[in-house]
Design a protein around this ligand. Sequence first.
Ligand SMILES: NC(=O)c1ccc[n+]([C@@H]2O[C@H](COP(=O)([O-])OP(=O)(O)OC[C@H]3O[C@@H](n4cnc5c(N)ncnc54)[C@H](O)[C@@H]3O)[C@@H](O)[C@H]2O)c1
Length: 356
Amino acid sequence: MRVLLIGSGFVSPYHLAGWAKAGAAVVGIVSPDESAARARAQAFGIPEVHGDAAAALAALKPDVVDICSPVACHVAHVRLAARAGAHVICQKPLAESLEDALDAVRAARDAGIRLMVHENFRFRPWYRVARAALAEGRIGRPFYLRSDLRMPGTVPTQRHPVPWSLQRQPFFRKLARFVVLESMIHQIDVARFLLGEPSSIVAMMQRVSHDIVGEDVASLMLRFPDAQAILERSYATLGADDPPAPSETLRIEGTKGLLTVSRAGEVDTVVETPEGQRRERLMVDTADAYARSYAATIGHFAEALRRGTAFETGPADNLRTLDATFAAYRSAEQSTVERLPGAMLAPHLAWLGDIR
Ligand SMILES: NC(=O)c1ccc[n+]([C@@H]2O[C@H](COP(=O)([O-])OP(=O)(O)OC[C@H]3O[C@@H](n4cnc5c(N)ncnc54)[C@H](O)[C@@H]3O)[C@@H](O)[C@H]2O)c1
């Protein structure tokens, strides 16, 4: 499998390590920042660097294009790859609007290429363990989920005078839609992964930092057919872990007991029995979990492509996460409860469901 990587920024080393682990050959890196791309290519032994994606596709004819460019470029890059007949794995969010995401999926379908969104949080080891525990019925029927991460990511601290997240990913400063579209999209996806499809969403958002243009604090409430979820994230919380904890904390309450994920990724259950509360820590390998979640996502893509099996986060799945994400903005802007799937996605679910 010959892979062309588009983008050489923050996520690119995680992707390159993932491809190496999957046994695929990355044959080139595309980036307008050719000196950064060259440094990255040298570090990972990648033979070619190109400044232009179309030229790289024509020269290298890859089997797969891995899109790690900014979100504003994603749809154009999916179209270019589709035109060149290359399968695509694209970093989240697939697009800046649901219309654009649908266009990207149509382009892939019409070209007969396969498309998966790189949504790595559901591949974090503690969420895989949590889902297996729910499937086993360990805590009975889950009826409540709460996911929360708070950090001083956009506000300066004594330790990080340039706020931690803005130093790490400077483009956060300019995102008109920040905490939900860039970060909480993962929490929405994990909530779907654990509870199934939500039927409505309500959101509140605000901007606290003066160093960014988008929102950096948000609370989302999702209704599921027989459960409810609260998702929270803040990049403006002084007094929280600095740098931030590895994981959101997660709490799922079920009809037989409780499952929690700590900020270090430890999974614990407490089950009510006739003999009293039975406490158990479930086995999770938390070592290097951030990098491993990228490798697991890429490994899943490569394996499903080789075998011709379904992607977990193919278009039909991921557009539901995106739909809820954009519905959250409508809810926050208009103080509404937004039904899911939204009116724009609903008519497309049948053909999306036919995509392998
Ligand atoms: N899954 C995760 O956990 C996670 C974490 C961080 C970022 N992301 C996502 O990954 C994507 C990239 O984020 P990042 O943090 O690496 O950003 P970044 O700004 O660090 O890197 C973006 C790269 O794209 C390149 N680029 C810009 N315009 C381009 C163009 N027209 N053609 C080709 N390359 C171009 C830049 O030169 C840079 O190398 C975003 O969609 C972001 O949301 C995902």
